[in-house]
Design a binder for this molecule. Sequence first.
Ligand code: SF4
Length: 193
Amino acid sequence: MGCNCRKKRKAKELIKEKEQERDKLLSIRKSWSDLNKQVRRQLTLIQSFGLSMASRGVTSKKTDGPTKQLRVLSCFGNLDVGGELIKCPHLKESKTPGKHYCGECGCGDRKGTHLVSQGEKYSKLDYPILSCPLKMPGFTNYEPSADNEKLPPMSRKAYIDTQLKPADIQRIKITIPDEDEESIIEIQEHLKD
Ligand code: SF4
């Protein structure tokens, strides 16, 4: 009898944990979705570059942790932390050892174009507002995956949208460095091109 009670209690605790995990994920997704709805309206009026610049002054000067974690997932995947999401096909290795850049933006390999998950310098992925050519999760112009992307073979975007749990996102290691003038100038030069 006592043994059954313990099992039931354990099962209830597990269900509660799952529910809390699901609620957390829903709340992360809702916050990007709200931000993106608002920003997408603005994007129709203002060029992406202008918005990136403006975002530094009118909102936080750098993006928040969960958003940067999603951007890093979108670009780098999560194989390095035991996951199964491969990197974006457009992610290119830089000539600078250990650095990467987006090959789809057309901006080449320069200091201001580097996509950095962890580092001491403010980099492109730290901007509060930033667009991705594939409109991937975590970026300001994010668009949810279409239904046909969810069918096998599932797209990377659909995988992030539907398969990842909050714990998978939290496992992505990032740093959010303070703005530094030198990095900002480099990024501004890159975004102007
Ligand atoms: S296309 Fe988007 S997800 Fe891919 S590397 Fe470029 S910015 Fe990252």
